[in-house]
Write a new protein. Structure first.
Length: 193
């Protein structure tokens, strides 16, 4: 047993030394981030360690209640968008499978949201925010009937940077309002609130 432990530790040390990505380098870089960024990255890494799935670590998921239909969900999207100063800008049916296996995604449909004035400010700050636009919520239904709403967790998009390119207080406030919308719209739609 001791031999296996020593072999494992040696493998980790050799790998980190030759990869150029030592824990010391990572820790030093990480400590240069603001506390909100450190918390956001720690939460993401915790989810990644638990699930092994980087996509899941960056998303929020809301189970859809049994008594809420797919059409109820999409009508709620339209209704709640206005309540959060967002526009419902479209939807896309991705696919529907006739005879899915229980663990297979049988149907997927996307709702899209945007606040044009905030989007413009985000793009002025960094054109790379365009990769997040428009904000999306995907409805996913499995062959066994399980249904979920999934959307991006915007925490890292807001807090994941450094002081080298800080968000202005006004843009931070605007982005926090979009974050709230993209958490509350799927949460309320999933339970039929």
């Amino acid at each position: 047993m001791l031999k296996k432990i020593i072999l494992g530790i040696s493998a980790i040390l050799i790998t980190s030394t030759f990869s150029g990505c030592t824990m010391m380098k990572m820790g030093t870089a990480y400590m240069g981030f603001p506390s909100e960024a450190q918390d956001a990255y720690a939460e993401m890494m915790s989810k990644l360690a638990e699930t092994g799935d980087p996509a899941q670590a960056m998303m929020l998921e809301f189970p859809v209640a049994d008594d809420v239909s797919e059409e109820d969900v999409f009508e709620a999207f339209k209704e709640y968008a206005g309540e959060f100063n967002m526009r419902y800008v479209g939807e896309k049916n991705m696919f529907r499978i006739k005879d899915p296996k229980p663990n297979q995604v049988a149907h997927a449909r996307i709702g899209e949201f945007c606040s044009l004035s905030i989007a413009k400010k985000m793009l002025d700050h960094s054109r790379y925010y365009g990769g997040f636009m428009p904000c999306r919520i995907i409805y996913v239904e499995y062959g066994d009937g399980r249904r979920y709403l999934v959307t991006m967790d915007m925490t890292l998009a807001i807090y994941g940077g450094t002081d080298a390119k800080p968000l202005s207080p006004e843009l931070l406030e605007d982005m926090l309002s979009v974050k709230e919308a993209m958490e509350e719209i799927p949460r309320m739609s999933a339970i039929g609130e």
